[in-house]
Design a protein around this ligand. Structure first.
Ligand SMILES: Cc1ncc(COP(=O)(O)O)c(C=O)c1O
Length: 377
């Protein structure tokens, strides 16, 4: 009898930590004995390193990616009753931050190729209440920022990006986090640049925005956009910043491993069933927060992979305009592409610790299932 197969998990949070374990433990001990636990050197250095890595003037560490969205939208001037145009095909936090500001998320359909907001549909969704556009480079695939920024500039709107899944993503040769007025990051442990708890940051093209967010995150009152804002506690702590800095130093190496896994999947999976970047991907870089496959019989494919010991992810089913909180939102017309993505998209394991042989095995299973379907059609 064959030995039971070890399952391939969606994520492996521990193995990529092993090469830096001693460094982290050593730094932790130093931190512990320093007594400087809040807003000290690690946060300051991380902010400098992130600003350099993202090509922005400044970057502010905050408590989470969700918190980052809230402060960024507030400082971009989103006020109660305003509308923020965004994608329905994203994690709940994108919509929650808008709703918590008493503003209205307005959902615009996505493109089937990269699952990002379709710029061709944005203009029709603009009303006199529209204040901002919030693109979300989903799974790390770059959004079409030139088209989005052109519309925003012409219509007098702010661009605040939710880049929780897109640290390291490159759009037309530039870090995508430099492509909006502000861009938020998340260091949730499953993200490509992870902490060992919660954490987030706001990348700011304009230093003045960063100065205001630094005040807000630490209980200071802020006057901006003709309003008075209360501060509160949205601090990133030193332990998280220390771990994130260690992982940031290894990011390029880990990304190379993810790229190699993606290239193996690409070699097995037909192009029309996976991400296709604008511009043929020439000056683009996708960071593969997720590697997705589109399959009409997603449940059938999930069962095959499950039987082979492979865990998969289902995203975002249903999309946000079908969420309970949709009563606080507006859908700009029908959203058939997002609905179809919600039914058909399945995410394969992709992380720096995935053995290449496993990636080949998974790719072959997916290829076998999809070609079997095509033959039976
Ligand atoms: C697209 C998106 N936006 C926002 C968030 C929120 O980040 P956090 O969990 O750090 O609050 C996440 C992830 O969790 C996300 O995937």
């Amino acid at each position: 009898m064959n030995a039971p197969q070890r399952r391939v998990g969606r994520y492996d949070l521990v193995t990529p930590m092993l090469p830096c374990k001693d460094e982290i433990v050593g730094k932790f001990e130093k931190l512990l004995l320093s007594g400087r636990y809040i807003l000290a050197d690690e946060v300051r250095l991380l902010e400098e390193e992130l600003a350099a890595a993202c090509g922005v003037a400044d970057c502010v560490g905050v408590a989470s990616g969700s918190s980052a969205l809230f402060v960024a939208l507030a400082m971009a001037g989103v006020r109660p009753g305003d509308e923020v145009i965004t994608t329905p095909y994203t994690f709940d936090a994108t919509m929650e931050a808008i709703i918590l500001l008493d503003a209205v998320p307005v959902f615009v359909d996505i493109k089937p190729t990269d699952l990002n907001i379709d710029p061709a549909r944005i203009e029709d969704a603009i009303t006199p209440r529209t204040r901002a556009i919030m693109p979300v480079p989903i799974f790390g695939a770059p959004c079409d920022m030139d088209a989005i920024n052109e519309i925003a500039a012409r219509r007098g709107l702010e661009v605040v990006m939710d880049n929780a899944q897109a640290f390291g993503t490159v759009y037309r040769g530039r870090q995508i986090s430099s492509c909006g007025r502000m861009a938020t990051l998340s260091f949730y442990p499953t993200k490509n640049l992870p902490g060992i708890g919660d954490g987030g940051a706001v990348c700011c093209r304009d230093k003045a925005d960063a100065d205001l967010i630094r005040r807000l995150r630490a209980h200071q009152v802020v006057r901006a956009n003709g309003h008075l804002y209360t501060g509160w506690n949205s601090r990133l702590d030193e332990v998280q910043a220390m771990v994130i800095r260690v992982r940031l130093a290894r990011f390029a190496e880990e990304q190379r491993d993810r790229d190699q896994v993606a290239a193996i999947y690409d070699s097995h999976i037909p192009a029309e069933c996976r991400v296709q970047l604008d511009d043929g991907g020439r000056a683009m870089r996708m960071t593969y927060h997720q590697y997705w496959v589109r399959c009409h019989d997603r449940e059938g494919l999930r069962r095959v992979l499950d039987a082979a010991g492979v865990d998969v992810g289902i995203y975002y089913d249903p999309p946000l305009h079908r969420h309970e909180l949709a009563v606080y939102c507006r859908a700009a017309g029908d959203l058939p592409v997002a609905e179809r993505a919600g039914r058909e998209i399945l995410a394969l394991p992709i992380h720096a610790a995935l053995p290449f042989a496993e990636a080949h095995r998974i790719g072959e299973l997916v290829h076998g299932f999809i070609s079997g379907q095509a033959a039976g059609a």
